[in-house]
Design a binder for this molecule. Structure first.
Ligand code: ADP
Length: 617
């Protein structure tokens, strides 16, 4: 029979498995059993709508068979099975998306096998860590022909038709001879060792894992025993499960190298009764940012998995959560379309949303560093969700936001800000800009700092849309520090504009359309000028619009040049206006360009500006 070749990356992975020095080889059993369980899940799902399946739920099982003489370990299931094409496609390539990405990212790098196995698990191929030959005999449900797939390693595999009655799959692993270490591989053909591995890694598999166990009493026949407790981890009471068990369940099922940030077991008997185990990842994985990312939770009803990624269970704001929901209330014959409209799902989703928020708030209060870590990965999504919904999720999200504070010099919550506000402070002050240091340097910030008031720095793209979307927080309005009315009783509202009218007109005439208005500032103390946008579109919004549609209509912010009339620079301009108008024009240009620079706006012609500056020396 002609051997077929593995795809290059599979070959590499397999080679790694065969020569593995990974110490935790035993995890192969968990991987093979988990595949068997998935295959049964698929057939169990079909049997909900297809009477011809003819297997009742109680007949589904995974059977482990040991043959010490031939050194084989067989894992059998009566699940969906595979046809020839599926054997070819499923076992000839790396299926695990985690490991596939890992390879794509690390093309050509010299990687120790520990990394990849430890981080992702490697599915079916992991069996090559303990086997020198693997035979798969299988027949797919609904088809007549059975097939055998066989491989002894990197030099390829064969597929041939076989006679086989039973639907399902046998994975027959020929276990390696022991090396120097006693029982290194023979433990995988010892019933007792296997039984403890099954209890350790696969206890919650919802189908019985059966094995013929030798009797401890002399002369007695072996008995077929169910090794696992079959209680899914989400059915167990909170106190019964150790953190490590939750962590490893999460990491194995969602192929995450990091343990979850929060684990939320839920069990309710309210209007909809359901059990769930929800995880908040501690980091966003690669695919979270890709277009292919699909939110979803696994959905079970009465022990049968009916959907692997049920989107309707996941609140949009928290699209990053992972986990399982099981509800006995869902009709099993429900079609996927009907599911989508199910009121029950919406009720569960609403409940999960509350639980996740509560958990995040708890984390925020008890472990701020961990929460900041979360916010780093998912804060952007929360903000986008708030903006996309035009503030619909205001109540949900506002409490979860963090902003940099001018006084605390770290990220703070809106609640902390408002609770700290002196009684006579009317508004929540914010400033927008490209970075904390850029905002910190804005002349307008100075006068508010002088009053010992706290300012929130909104420095992420799109942040400046948040205050108008939020409207108020704890009944306090937001106020951009560029605003003319900052709510100070002692604000020097009426600078004697008349006295400077001529100079302002002179500056406006010099700058032409580049500015919309020139006026005396109420905000500046030591700085000569600043540029503000009034209360319409801000500069940050302008940049944002420009970024999202570079050749669109591009809404423009107003440009108001605000002048500190007490400043020497302005006085010099006033003086020059009468004595040397050409020089005064140059001063006007300098002031305008300085204002642009400080605001982080591009100056139109840097060379011209430099020449102009130099000409004043
Ligand atoms: P993964 O389980 O992550 O998809 P694996 O390498 O473990 O990756 O398995 C590859 C694919 O082979 C599975 O997705 C499944 O389609 C198929 N497969 C493996 N074992 C079985 C089995 N016992 N019955 C049916 N299909 C199987």
């Amino acid at each position: 029979m002609r051997k077929k070749q593995f795809k290059a990356e599979s070959k590499r992975l397999m080679d790694m498995m065969i020569n593995s020095i990974y110490t935790n080889k035993e995890i192969f059993l968990r991987e093979i059993i988990s595949n068997a369980s998935d295959a049964i899940d698929k057939l169990a799902f079909l049997s909900l709508t297809d009477d011809k399946v003819g297997i009742s739920r109680s007949d589904f099982a995974i059977t482990i068979t040991v043959d010490k003489d031939n050194r084989t370990l067989t894992v059998s299931d009566n699940g969906i099975g595979m046809n020839a094409d599926e054997l070819e496609n499923n076992l000839g390539v790396i299926a695990h998306s985690g490991s596939r990405n890992f390879y794509a990212e690390n093309e050509g790098a010299d990687l120790s096998d520990t990394d990849i196995i430890g981080q992702f698990g490697v599915g079916f191929y992991s069996a090559f860590m303990v086997s020198d030959k693997i035979t798969v005999e299988t027949k797919k449900y609904g088809e007549d022909q059975g097939y055998r797939w066989e491989s002894s390693g990197v030099d390829g595999y064969t597929i041939e038709p076989i006679d086989r009655d039973a639907v399902g799959t046998d994975i027959i692993m020929h276990i390696k001879e022991d090396g120097d270490e006693f029982g290194e591989y023979s433990r995988y053909i010892s019933e007792y060792q296997l039984s403890s591995l099954i209890k350790k890694y696969s206890d919650y598999i919802r189908f019985p894992i059966k094995m013929l166990m030798p009797s401890l009493e002399e002369g007695k026949e072996p008995t077929l025993e169910t090794i696992n407790s079959m209680v899914p981890i989400w059915h167990k009471k909170k106190g019964e499960v150790k953190k490590e068990e939750y962590d490893s369940y999460y990491q194995e099922h969602w192929m995450d190298q990091n343990p979850p940030l929060c684990t939320i077991p839920i069990s309710t008997d309210g209007t909809v009764s359901y059990e769930a185990l929800i995880f908040i990842p501690s980091q966003a994985q690669m695919q979270y940012y890709s277009d292919e990312f699909q939110k979803g939770l696994q959905l079970y009803s009465s022990g049968v998995m009916i959907m692997d990624k049920c989107e309707d269970l996941v609140p949009d704001a928290f699209n990053f959560i992972r986990g399982v929901v099981e509800s006995p209330d869902l009709s099993l014959n429900i079609s996927r379309e009907m599911l989508q409209q199910s009121r029950q799902l919406a009720a569960i989703r609403g409940h999960i949303e509350k639980k996740v928020k509560t958990e995040l708030k708890k984390l925020m209060e008890n472990d701020r560093e961990a929460y900041e870590g979360f916010f780093k990965y998912f804060g952007r999504h929360l903000k986008v969700n708030l903006l996309e919904g035009y503030g619909m999720n205001r109540e949900l999200i506002a409490d979860l936001l963090l902003f940099y504070s001018s006084t605390e010099k770290k990220l703070v919550t809106l609640e902390e800000y408002v609770n700290r506000m002196p009684e006579d402070q009317k508004y929540i002050y914010f400033a927008t800009g490209e970075s904390v240091s850029a905002v910190d340097g804005l002349p307008q910030v100075e006068s508010i700092k002088d009053r010992n008031l706290e300012i929130l720095y909104l420095v992420d793209p799109g942040d400046e849309f948040l205050p108008p979307t939020l409207g108020t927080y704890m009944e306090k309005e937001f106020r951009n520090i560029n605003d003319d009315d900052l709510g100070f009783d002692d604000e020097k509202k009426d600078v004697d504009e008349k006295a400077f009218k001529k100079s302002f007109k002179f500056i406006k005439d010099t700058l032409g359309d580049r500015v919309d208005e020139v006026k005396a500032s109420t905000k500046l103390k030591s700085h000569p000028v600043c540029i503000t946008s009034g209360d319409g579109i801000t500069f940050e919004m302008e940049k944002y619009f420009h970024a999202v549609s570079p050749d669109g209509i591009g809404a423009k912010a107003k440009r108001i040049l605000e002048i500190n009339t007490d400043h020497d620079a302005f006085k010099a301009l006033e003086e020059a206006r009468e004595k040397d108008p050409e020089k005064a024009k140059k001063y006007a240009e300098v002031l305008y360009n300085q204002a642009l620079l400080i605001a982080g706006l591009p100056i139109e012609n840097p060379t011209e500006y430099t020449d102009l500056l130099v000409s004043l020396f």
